[in-house]
Design a protein around this ligand. Structure first.
Ligand code: BGC
Length: 442
């Protein structure tokens, strides 16, 4: 999916060096994280910890670490050169900078999928931090899980005179219409985190290394599984999100050899089990599997599916179980369901996003790992690219993603595996979160 000139060395696998940690089955309560303001920080480069993935899909080390070093235009430059050329994009928030001076109106609009998931509140907070620090005033709108609302948001930003749209699509294919509207109005379109599919109206893609996200999740389970015949339960994101495919692809590359050799036995997907001999899956094959194990990125769907899988499973299908959970919100819901089952002796469960509630779960031993995606890096990439595009420049790219119609120039940020042994070093000592955000931290 991601194409680059290849160096493709196998990147350092920090996760492999971490002490074995299997989460005991402790019943927990379902947790819905409350989004709170996060501390402001500088764009930071998290160390890459990507397990081996195939040549065709593994971005180069150069590409994986590129985001932090890419600066299309510096903020100081940008704030002086863009202010005069921008048209009004109003916002009631952030109308002044932290220094109390009037913020420049950067002709950019940002549309994020939903306020109901802490992941996207993280992005909003980090955007506000970075934009305020750079002295910009930019409107951020939420689509609340609705492609219709998303289209309306985009139309409203078009009428306000934006020159660049930063869009994280609710539904990768449905967003093509919104991207087309913007492009027809002469607006440049940046796909943010999730790829907008099946349209030529996407100029640039700012994302994380999503193959590595799935691969790190898969690798974590592989590293913890010692016995042949270990029960494996698979869960995936929403099939309307292109990332759900990429995450699954990355995980499958690592898990499949261990399913084929009998280390793992899939317990909840006949489709995946039927394809266990195939190292590489087609998108259609992935779609069939995802159709069976989708959480739709929804906590309740995840909880209900896990409970239904557990109800159908025999006691012999439980014991010490391994769970591929696609992100933190679904991981907590799934972990709660497995933790409450009397035949589950222990579970190892993955996640991603380093949401505060999941960081607390990791500290408490209720979630095994998360994949930390430093949103500050992504936000910086999007702002740098926006400023470059407003100025008529071409943002630096390190490869491309095919969106079903065109190859979209892309830049991707590294990700890192976090579990109990490194949670403090990675998330607190780095200044991403504060120790006071958590209890029981050592
Ligand atoms: C994002 C994840 C997020 C998920 C659910 C994905 O596209 O990359 O970080 O957890 O959507 O919102």
């Amino acid at each position: 999916m991601y194409k680059t000139s290849r160096l493709f060395g196998f990147l350092a696998v920090a996760a492999l060096a971490l002490a074995a940690c299997t989460t005991p089955a402790t019943p927990g309560t379902s947790s819905s994280a409350t989004a709170t303001s996060e501390p402001q920080g500088s764009s930071g480069g998290a160390a890459t910890s990507a397990p081996a993935t195939s040549e065709a899909q593994t971005p180069t080390a150069e590409a994986t670490t590129s985001a932090a070093s890419t600066t299309a235009v510096t903020s100081t430059e940008a704030s002086t050169t863009t202010a005069a050329s921008t048209t009004a994009v109003t916002s009631t928030e952030a109308s002044t900078t932290t220094a109390g001076t009037t913020a420049s109106q950067l002709a950019v609009g940002i549309v994020l999928p939903t306020k109901d998931e802490p992941r996207w509140i993280q992005d909003e907070t980090r955007f506000k931090d970075a934009l305020t620090a750079a002295g910009y005033n930019v409107e951020i709108l939420f689509s609340q899980g609705s492609s219709a609302q998303e289209k309306q948001n985009v139309e409203s930003l078009i009428t306000k005179g934006i020159k660049v749209l930063v869009l994280c699509p609710q539904d990768s294919a449905a967003a093509a219409a919104a991207a087309d509207s913007a492009h027809n109005a002469g607006i440049k379109v940046i796909s943010y985190d999730r790829l907008i599919r099946d349209t030529a109206s996407v100029d640039y893609y700012v994302t994380f290394d999503s193959v590595a996200v799935g691969a790190q999740q898969g690798q974590y389970l592989v590293d913890k599984a010692k016995d042949k015949g270990s029960p494996l339960y698979l869960y995936a994101g929403a099939s309307t999100d292109n990332n759900a495919f990429i995450f699954f692809e990355g995980a499958w590359e690592v898990l499949q050899p261990k399913i084929a050799d009998g280390t793992f036995v899939i317990k909840n997907s006949g489709e995946a089990d039927g394809l266990k001999g195939k190292p590489k899956l087609s998108r259609d094959e992935e779609a069939k599997i995802i159709g069976q194990i989708t959480t739709n990125w929804d906590f309740n769907t995840a909880k209900n599916l896990a409970e239904s899988n557990l109800t159908k499973a025999q006691a012999a299908d439980k014991g010490n179980v391994f769970i591929l959970a696609p992100n933190d919100g679904t991981a907590r819901a799934i972990a709660d369901a497995f933790g409450a089952d009397k035949d589950v002796k222990s579970y190892t469960v993955t996640g991603q996003d380093a949401e505060k509630a999941s960081v607390q779960y990791i500290i408490d031993g209720k979630q095994s790992m998360t994949v930390f995606k430093d949103v500050r890096t992504l936000v910086k990439g999007a702002i740098d690219a926006s400023v470059a595009l407003v100025q008529g420049k071409t943002p630096a790219a390190k490869g491309s993603y095919n969106n079903g119609k065109v190859d979209v120039p892309a830049i991707q940020s590294p990700v890192i595996t976090v579990d109990k042994p490194n949670v403090k070093a990675t998330l607190i000592d780095s200044g991403y979160y504060q120790a006071s955000d958590f209890t029981g931290l050592q």
